[in-house]
Design a binder for this molecule. Sequence first.
Ligand code: HEC
Length: 131
Amino acid sequence: MKTFRTAFLSLAVGSLTLAAAEVDVSKLPPPSSKKDLTYENDIKPIFEKSCFKCHGPEKQKGKLRLDSLAAVFKGGENAPNLIKGDSAKSTLVHSVARLDPDEAMPPDGKGDPLTKETVGLIRAWIDQGAK
Ligand code: HEC
C-alpha cells in the first residue's frame, strides 16, 4: 500500500512529493517536554553553532538563512521548511533528524549531527508555535 501510494504521488505531482512521501516520521525523536521555548533563547544558539556557517550572513545554501526568526519562516528554495504547530510535517525537522541521508543537515561530514535531545527541542519549539 505504501509503495502504491508513493508511486501514485510521484506520478501525480513529481519528485518533490516523492521525497516528502519517502520520509518515515515515526522515526523522529519525540518533542521535548520543555515549555515556553523561544527562537532567541533556545533555538538560535543551536542554529548558530551548527547551521550559520552555511545559512547565515555569509552563505545562504539552498537560499536559506536561519539567523533571524523572520528568515527561518521565509525559508529557502523549497519553502516552507517549517510549519507552525506541526514539527512532524516540517522539512527542517526531517533534515536535522536525518530521516533522508540526502537531505540531512548539517550534511554528512560537514558538522556534528544534532542529538536526539536537540531535535526534540526544535520539535517542541515548532509545536508550541515557533515564537
Ligand atoms: C556545510 C554547510 C551546511 C551546514 C552546516 C548546514 N547546511 Fe543546510 N543546506 C546546505 C546546502 C548545500 C543546502 C542546499 C542543498 C541541499 O539540500 O543539500 C542546504 C539546505 C537546507 C535546507 C533546505 C532549504 C530549502 O528550502 O531547500 C534546510 C531546511 C537546511 N539546510 C537546514 C539546515 C539546518 C537546520 C542546519 C543546522 C542544523 C544546516 N542546514 C546546516 C548546507 C549546509
